[in-house]
Write a protein that binds this ligand. Structure first.
Ligand code: AMP
Length: 217
C-alpha cells in the first residue's frame, strides 16, 4: 500500500481518521504530536522544553522532529506503508522529509489534505477528549462521538483527558502557525501532483468514506 500523509488544520480530525485507516488497513500511524506528547512526560530537560512548547501551541524545533521521525520510519513495521500525521509542518520540514524518504528508499505516496472551516474547528477544539490508555479520541460536543459514560473510554475503560493545547487561546496560535507555515506545503505537494483534497466539513463516517475512496485507487 502507498504511504499516506495527512495535512489538516488543528482539530480537523486527522487523528480520528488515521485510526480508522489503521483499523482497516493495519498500517502504523506515525504522529509527531503523539510522539512529542510522550516525550513531554519525561523528567528531563528536553521533556520540559517539549511540554512547554506544546502547551503554548508553537512548533517544536525542527532538529528534534527530524531525528524522531527518521528513527521511527526506519522500523520494520513501516516497510509496507504507514500514515504520517503532523509532519511535515513547514516547508523546511517538507524538504527534509524528501531527503529522509530518499535515504530510506520510500515514496511520499498520497498526501491527503483535509480542509475544515475555522468556525467548525473552534467548536471541536473544546470538546475533544482522549483516552490516556488507548488514545481513542472522542468529542463531547458531538453526540455521535461522545463516550457513553463521561470521562471513561468506551473501548478500554481508561480515563479520558483533555490536551493542554485544546483551549481557545492555544488554538489561535496553532491556527496561525498552520496558516503561516503549513499552507506552503500544500502548494508544494499540489505541484508534485500527489495532493488529494477532502472536504472535512462533514461527519467522521463521511470523511472516512472519501479518504478510503482516495487511498484505494
Ligand atoms: P498535533 O497533535 O499534530 O496537533 O501536534 C501537537 C503539537 O505538537 C503542535 O502544536 C506542535 O507543538 C508539536 N508538533 C507536532 N508535530 C510537529 C512538527 N512536525 N514540528 C514541530 N512541532 C510539532
Amino acid at each position: 500500500m502507498k504511504n499516506i500523509m495527512f495535512i489538516a488544520p488543528p482539530a480537523a480530525g486527522k487523528g480520528t481518521q488515521a485510526e480508522l485507516v489503521v483499523e482497516k488497513y493495519g498500517i502504523p500511524h506515525i504522529s509527531t504530536g503523539n510522539i512529542l506528547r510522550e516525550i513531554s512526560k519525561e523528567d528531563s530537560e528536553i521533556g520540559k522544553y517539549v511540554q512547554e512548547t506544546l502547551a503554548s501551541g508553537k512548533l517544536v524545533k525542527d532538529d528534534i522532529t527530524y531525528q524522531l521521525i527518521e528513527e521511527r520510519l526506519k522500523k520494520e513495521d513501516c516497510q509496507n506503508g504507514y500514515i504520517i500525521d503532523g509532519f511535515p509542518r513547514n516547508i523546511e520540514q517538507a524538504y527534509e522529509y524528501d531527503k529522509i524518504l530518499k535515504r530510506l528508499g520510500y515514496e511520499v505516496g498520497n498526501v491527503i489534505y483535509i480542509n475544515v472551516d475555522k468556525n467548525i474547528l473552534e467548536k471541536r477544539i473544546t470538546g475533544r477528549r482522549i483516552c490516556e490508555n488507548c488514545n481513542t479520541i472522542y468529542n463531547i460536543n458531538d453526540e455521535n462521538n461522545s463516550p457513553q459514560v463521561e470521562s471513561i473510554c468506551d473501548n478500554c475503560g481508561g480515563k479520558l483527558y483533555q490536551r493542554s493545547d485544546d483551549n481557545l487561546e492555544a488554538f489561535e496560535t496553532r491556527y496561525q502557525m498552520y496558516e503561516e507555515k503549513t499552507q506552503p506545503i500544500i502548494d508544494y505537494y499540489k505541484k508534485k501532483n500527489v495532493l488529494i483534497e477532502i472536504d472535512g466539513n462533514d461527519s467522521v463516517e463521511n470523511i472516512f468514506v472519501k479518504i478510503d475512496n482516495a487511498i484505494k485507487e
